[in-house]
Design a protein around this ligand. Sequence first.
Ligand code: ADP
Ligand code: ADP
Ligand code: MG
Length: 687
Amino acid sequence: MFKKILIANRGEIACRIIHTARKMGIATVAVYSDADRAAKHVQLADEAVALGGMTAQDSYLQADKIIAACHETGAQAVHPGYGFLSEQAGFAAALETADIAFIGPPANAIAAMGDKIESKKLAKAAGVSTVPGHIGVIATAEEAVKIADEIGYPVMIKASAGGGGKGMRIAHSSGEVADGYATAMREAASSFGDDRVFIEKFITSPRHIEIQILADKSGNCIHLNERECSIQRRNQKIIEEAPSPFLDDATRQAMGTEAIWLAAAVDYYSAGTVEFIVDGDRNFYFLEMNTRLQVEHPVTEMITGLDLVEEMILIAAGKTLRHKQIDIGIHGWAMESRLYAEDPYRNFMPAIGRLSLYRPPAEQTHDDGTITRNDTGVGEGDVISIYYDPMIAKLCSWGCDRNAAIGRMQTALDAFTMRGVGHNIPFLSAVMEHDRFISGNITTAFIDEEYQDGFCGVTASPARKRHLGMIMAAAAYDEMYRLASLETAPTHPRHDDNSNRQIVQFANADTGAHDADEDLEIGIIRANDGSFNITAPPEVETNIHLVFDRDPSHPRLHVVLTEDGETSEYLCELWRQQDRWHLYYRGISLCAHVRAPHIAALAHHMKLVERPDTSNMLLCPMPGSLIKLFVAEGEIVEAGQTLCIVEAMKMENALIAEKRCKIEKLFSGEGDILSVDATIMTFAAAD
Ligand code: ADP
Ligand code: ADP
Ligand code: MG
């Protein structure tokens, strides 16, 4: 067995691999860029070697420096994680030449599967069912249109070298093909240095279901069942689960068998994933094979009990598989949520910044048997930069069935507190509570269909809003009480009937505007133990008992609310800004004043905040660089016309004119690096 291995990666996956190596008694070497000097993976490893550089290109992709670091430290093997060098056959081959083991598949299997066109050909020859389409490079836009016409619409134009959801475009008509062809080629060239694209049928509303395989160097291969990864935005997974709520055992076995055929066709060893899309009739089609450890591998680990990194290390050391197909079962249900630094309210645009607060939930097995796991590579104070992938953590849950796993995920998301960087937790919480998600009736179109106008937060049901309103009132009352008790004079809230009446006036957080119909009037009494008894409305005999369970080490407020014997628990974020209370809970954002009735009655005299009018400005929706500017000052543009392209995290985002207008003034030029909300141009009326 290896005594020391080097991890050629960063972030959560580097930490994840170090964890298993340590468990196996193997020493670890981290490598790091200048940007990552203080990163968690560097702290965790036994040794660390600097690669220099900030960008991936200048650091984690420097194969020669990584091989030199192995020599320098005596590392006998390299685990590449995912991304970076994990799927570069040249790197695996160079390690072999240097007599260092690659903890991954053979170089020729990486090469064969790294190219979508070549792998599709191979899969077809191995008897694996593939997506209908043209398996070859498309040379011109004209050819693209001709082939798309033959395949029938919609079609998908894909980069042969693609990965991470980049370099793919859907076209619904021949008109869209030429455009999609050009964009896919540009994105492919800039992301992968290879602009070859091909076209296949776009399967409408499919599921993404993939098979995890494990194979050793002696020709044994097993599959570890499936993962469903249909919840995607921009063709990138954000929520994954195992098993799939859709597969029956016959389909599962058929997919597993074809995945093993494909692995055998390239003499595969190590862990690998064969991705399929599955239509509503459970027909499945091969998409691609990922010849590496997959981001979402934890859900497979949680239902099979295997440690995939450990298996990969054993296989690389020449050991035969320890498990037979018959040993592999499906135990319970696992979910993974990818926490990204991104803005779900703005089409999931990437965000950057410093994590001024980072408090994930504790990793543990809970009293009810469910499990919380959190794979992360950051800590409080760390910076999420523009240089690398914006994933912050992978939060996983396990339960005996799907509902138990979802329930645990909901509370784990509730407890996860981060500040300083925009993140997608409100969105993940919203999906976990979405009826269609809970029913398991999901497809890759889920987000587009359920959030057609983008994600605008969650509207609380009247029952939930009532509860949250009471929590805000209790918090306000509690604070008033505590402030009063600090003073020497007996100025405690009076306990006559009237002073116990409070009105929760919900308001718009931006403008302060409030609708009296939404007011919640309650009667509230603070008991000596700090709990509250509430009647809502005050004259009705309800019996609500509310307890704040404050954990000073945790920024979330835990509230236990019992109404007529039925208990609800809320883990929410609550704070006061002057006289306004703000509450966040599962994608719901509420703002309210808590006022005594005589003050509440005067509320309509309050002045509203005026918001600046930005409708005649084009503001940059995310940090990025302006790579193309298509308009000039004074030009008239039509609704739907592309104004410019901003590239962020290697994704091209076209900014489109919303209506006919005149370009008044340009504030940015091609090549400019823009921050979020930077003014790119202003508009004037067209005539
Ligand atoms: P998975 O299928 O395991 O979820 P993804 O396709 O989402 O993996 O990609 C995993 C990570 O690797 C992401 O950070 C993605 O940006 C990166 N990645 C995947 N393929 C490539 C590639 N060919 N080049 C660069 N980065 C890639
Ligand atoms: P990547 O290498 O970027 O992961 P994939 O080929 O695996 O690329 O596709 C990523 C996602 O794009 C899939 O999970 C699926 O949601 C969608 N997709 C890809 N090809 C098709 C297709 N032909 N029809 C429908 N959806 C597709
Ligand atoms: Mg894929």
